[in-house]
Design a protein around this ligand. Structure first.
Ligand SMILES: [Zn+2]
Length: 429
């Protein structure tokens, strides 16, 4: 199994099973309902865990919650902790509804402040950091490898942080920030006075708290390479910790061709997308692009994903062909080669057309889509009635749709409509 590593800019072989493969994927800053782009690192991390576990790996996923941040202070002046708690609950609820299970640990920055303070104290003691005016900064000049992850020369590093007269060097970044009482309603005591941790140090500490100083994979969006992950590398490796072995950066989600951002006003939340299209279409949508490449989110691409979902689901209304176990190899090979989900999806479609239903069910299960196999149990006349009703519904012929629903009910079957035109057939017990 190989994955692309941003640090070495090459495909890197994972250790042999059982590993372990310990993964840390950066999670959201919680100040609003998370947008659909935030679901991508979650989905990629959960799929990798599922695939590796099915191969006998001891795979774990840590996904952190950034619940101390300027954006939270700005969004809820005087009530930032309440907003962060509410938005954390939304994120957990929305990602749970993707039906992939949950990460092994979901640490929150607010729960790790004493450990963060201790880590900063170590950096200060080793001269890699210095206190200045109630803040503490990382001294970039003491870490010659700085810039390597993002591919910049140490003396020409782009400035990731606000300029400040408190810094020795413009490249230095904050590990601890003094409390600003007029805008910040939460703070913690520290040897440098009241304040709160910077964003980058939270992830170095949360990852190492759970995994120790070395682990196999660090994930997150490509937009985090600099400065966030560059600074994580500096903080941890300055203390001699190996930190992440592979840096796995997922491509960004683009809204009608543009990188989706709140400032552009193009926002679809995870919640809205699941409600409108159904969780299975959301997962099929993410399968359509390589995890490292950008992915275009639009009503058209979601409609295509919903149509693919129906094609895969409809395969289970057919009589299975003779099982061909050797065909599994092509699917496994796609995923072992940098987790190429578009290639794996093509194999799933091939199995659907060749009626390799047992393989199809197993392949779908890797991605949390085993529910698409439920229709297999419906007899052909029931499946046909359901298809006619779905067409009537799509044509807004509600009279025919109701009549067909009653015919299905008379045969003991219920048709549960789903967002995006899909449905599930359930036999009355
Ligand atoms: Zn992070």
């Amino acid at each position: 199994m190989r994955l692309y590593d941003t640090f070495s800019r090459s495909l890197v072989e994972l250790p042999a099973a059982p590993g372990p493969v310990r993964m840390y994927f950066c999670g959201p800053t919680v100040y609003a309902r998370a947008h659909i782009g935030n679901a991508r690192p979650f989905v990629v991390g959960m799929w990798l865990r599922s695939w590796l576990r099915s191969h006998g790996y001891d795979a774990q996923l840590v996904h952190n919650i950034t619940d101390i941040n300027d954006k939270i202070y700005e969004a809820a002046p005087g009530a930032s902790a309440e907003l962060a708690a509410r938005a954390t609950a939304w994120y957990l609820e929305d990602t749970a509804d993707l039906g992939l299970g949950m990460p092994d640990h979901l640490p929150r920055a607010t729960e790790c402040v004493p450990q963060i303070v201790a880590f900063i104290e170590e950096l200060v003691a080793a001269d890699h950091a210095y206190a200045s005016g109630g803040d503490v900064y990382f001294r970039v000049a003491t870490f010659p490898e700085y810039g390597r992850l993002s591919g910049q020369k140490p003396d020409q590093v782009e400035q990731g942080e606000e300029p400040s007269a408190l810094k020795e060097d413009a490249r230095d970044f904050a590990l601890w920030k003094a409390n600003k009482p007029e805008t910040e309603d939460t703070w913690w005591d520290s040897p440098w006075g009241r304040g709160r941790p910077g964003w980058h140090i939270e992830c170095s500490v949360m990852a190492e708290e759970i995994y120790g100083p070395a682990f196999e994979i660090h994930g997150g969006g490509l937009d985090l390479v600099f400065p966030h992950h560059e600074n994580e590398v500096a903080q941890s490796r300055a203390l001699g910790h190996a930190f992440a072995g592979i840096w796995a950066h997922n491509g960004m989600l683009r809204f009608t061709g543009e990188k989706m951002s709140k400032s552009a006003g193009n926002v679809a939340t995870i919640r809205e997308t699941i409600d409108e299209w159904g969780r299975e279409a959301v997962l099929v949508f993410f399968l359509t692009a390589s995890w490292r490449k950008p992915i275009d989110f639009s009503p058209e691409t979601m409609a295509q994903a919903a149509a693919r979902r129906e094609t895969l689901r409809n395969a289970f209304t057919l009589e299975p062909a003779a099982h061909d176990e050797s065909a599994w190899e092509a699917f496994a090979a796609s995923l072992e080669d940098d987790f190429d989900t578009p290639a794996a999806l093509a194999v799933l479609h091939e199995w659907a057309s060749r009626r390799q239903l047992e393989l199809l069910r197993r392949g779908l299960a890797v991605f949390g889509l085993e529910s698409l196999a439920e229709r297999r149990d419906a007899p052909p006349e029931v499946a046909e009635l359901a298809e006619r009703r779905a067409q009537a519904r799509a044509a807004r012929d509600f009279e025919a749709s109701d009549r067909l629903r009653d015919e299905l009910a008379a045969l003991g079957w219920q048709m549960r409509d789903e967002p995006g035109g899909g449905y599930t057939l359930v036999h009355d017990a």
